[in-house]
Write a protein of this length. Structure first.
Length: 146
């Protein structure tokens, strides 16, 4: 699959999120340098405070011998750069995991916190690709918040 295909899958995963009035519904997929899926997740998949990227990175970390240096994180929403529920943001977790590329559909609106994840990632040298043609799909499971 190409970037649009993987990001479409992330948008599909966002639709699986249990609804929340205090958090966005987000889907994330991590794809290795070889083009194969490493992990996928959606917000609140197993914990009410889990973000999609955080959960996917945790799944990837549990796998033996996985190198995320050449991986891409596909996220329906810009990874968070500020967070109240956990000590580390998704942007920080992505940088710490060694991921060098992030593709997302929708910039985080300043509804809960300021959307600064792209700034954090860019400052760390992570390549960012925004595909706004999928932003509407990323917004759909969040319509009740907007």
């Amino acid at each position: 699959m190409d970037d649009l295909g993987w990001l479409s899958l992330a948008c599909d995963l966002a639709a699986l999120c249990p609804p929340s009035r205090t958090a966005f519904s987000v889907g994330a997929v991590i794809v290795g340098a070889d083009g194969r899926e490493i992990a996928r997740a959606h917000s609140r998949e197993s914990d009410p405070h889990d973000h999609a990227e955080e959960a996917a990175l945790a799944k990837a970390a549990s796998l033996q011998g996985v190198d995320l240096g050449g991986a891409t994180v596909y996220s329906s929403l810009e990874p968070c750069g500020k967070r109240a529920s956990r000590p580390r943001t998704c942007a920080e977790l992505i940088v710490a995991a060694g991921v060098r590329r992030v593709v997302f559909a929708w910039r985080e609106p300043s509804l809960f916190v300021a959307g600064t994840g792209a700034d954090v990632l860019a400052a760390a040298g992570v390549e960012l690709v925004e595909l706004p043609e999928l932003a509407e799909r990323a917004r759909e499971p969040n319509a009740h918040l907007l």
